[in-house]
Design a protein around this ligand. Structure first.
Ligand code: SAH
Length: 236
């Protein structure tokens, strides 16, 4: 059983609110049970349940580990703003896959008027991190404009799947010596030729994800998976 618990202090931790109700009433944990808590910034604690009170579950911290369940690379997903439920699916899956930063992007063909519910996105990231065993939460940034995305290309190794790309594959494009890797996935309306040129001129690598057009969230999950594989993250 894993719980996200920000602000853990040295020897003592306690679950309150929803985490306590979930642990005590749904999962029916007992005094003496072992649980894991993580602070979302890379530290994970093995704990023993010391006491279960009406409003809190008290834990004794037994040991502490750093960065368990984390990738060696710093992986960012720039995902165009798409419908909330599809964006949520992408957040859940890429959190499991180990993405560190998720940045929503407005590009030329992004549907206007769409706005994201960040509170829900963060809750989804927390439960995905609890479930999959990672110790950091992805940082979900506020939405940026395409210009800002272009400005960021020079600070990262950016791969971007372009639906009209015929040749480049992720395997050919990936530079295994890099530690900061990003992927940009376009909106349902696609990426314009002009946007593609701007990104390539800025140093991003355009790649294909095969002969079928994938939905943006499928493209994001697939590209992140392949990048993890190619960067050696799937070999323990
Ligand atoms: N409306 C566009 C498709 C957009 S798909 C069209 O009909 O052509 C949404 C995003 O997913 C794309 O911008 C791209 O980043 C990615 N994508 C989907 N399928 C892809 C493929 N086969 N190769 C590369 N990128 C793809």
């Amino acid at each position: 059983m894993r719980f996200y618990l920000p602000n853990v202090n040295v020897k003592h931790a306690e679950l309150t609110g929803e985490a306590h109700t979930h642990a005590a009433y749904s999962l029916r944990i007992r005094v003496g049970d072992f649980v894991t808590v993580f602070d979302g910034t890379g530290t994970e604690y093995a704990c023993k349940v010391k006491d279960i009170k009406k409003d809190r579950t008290e834990l004794e911290i037994l040991s502490e580990t750093k960065n368990s369940g984390e990738t060696k690379i710093n992986l960012s997903l720039y995902l165009s703003v798409i419908k909330q439920d599809r964006f949520e699916l992408a957040v859940q899956k890429v959190t499991e896959l180990g993405v560190n930063n998720i940045i929503p992007v407005y590009s030329a063909h992004t549907q206007r008027g769409g706005s994201l519910n960040y509170e829900r996105l963060n809750r989804i990231a927390i439960s995905a991190a609890e479930q999959c065993g990672r110790s950091r939460l992805p940082n979900i940034e506020r939405c940026i404009q395409f210009d800002e995305l272009t400005a960021r290309v020079k600070n990262t190794h950016m791969i971007f799947p372009w639906e009209r790309e015929m040749h480049g594959s992720i395997r050919e494009a990936i530079d295994k010596s890099k530690t900061d890797v990003s992927v940009f996935v376009g909106p349902e309306g696609g990426i314009t030729e002009n946007e593609k040129n701007i990104l390539v001129d800025a140093g991003a690598k355009s790649v294909t994800l095969g002969a079928r057009i994938l939905r943006a969230e499928t493209a994001a999950i697939s590209a992140v998976s392949v990048i993890c594989y190619e960067m050696g993250e799937w070999t323990l």
